[in-house]
Design a protein around this ligand. Structure first.
Ligand code: THU
Length: 140
């Protein structure tokens, strides 16, 4: 796995925690914040944004990712996620698929609990055998 300095992880978690405060969560009350770091050292922050119709809810990870992609970013180095929960928050299946579209399989995913304790996983650990653009290209 790509090595991240402890100092860098703490910084990303601090930023993710700030993003968590922006969460729009009138239904679950579960605040999530994400901090996505690009190869050039920029940080994109995201929170979860819920909806009365539930299904359109956007997770913090996807909010951060879509903001970054809109700004033209295509090179990602790490993502940190923090929530209100007592457990390490792990990206949902949909977010794992979105991360797999843009991020390298060995990218560190930092999953924290509400106190800032964390564990780091490689993206490929979270979504083994991801379906990607290559699967489509190879069949042409
Ligand atoms: N949620 C995230 O934002 N990221 C995750 O990694 C897990 C789930 C949000 C979606 C919803 O707003 C709330 O948490 C409860 O599922």
């Amino acid at each position: 796995m790509k090595q991240l300095h402890e100092f860098e992880i703490k910084k990303m978690l601090r930023l993710a925690d700030e993003a968590r405060e922006k969460a729009y969560v009138p239904y679950s009350g579960f605040h999530v914040g994400a901090c996505l770091k690009t190869g050039s050292g920029a940080y994109y922050l995201g929170c979860n944004i819920e909806n009365a119709s539930y299904t359109p809810t956007n997770c913090a990870e996807r909010t951060a990712m879509f903001k970054a992609v809109y700004e033209g970013e295509r090179d990602f180095e790490a993502i940190a996620i923090i929530s209100d929960g007592i457990n390490y928050v792990a990206p949902c299946g949909v977010c794992r698929q979105v991360l797999a579209e843009f991020c390298p399989p060995d990218m560190p995913v930092i999953c924290a609990d509400r106190d800032g304790n964390y564990e780091v996983h490689e993206l490929r650990e979270l979504i083994p055998m991801a379906f990607t653009k290559k699967d489509i290209d190879d069949s042409k």
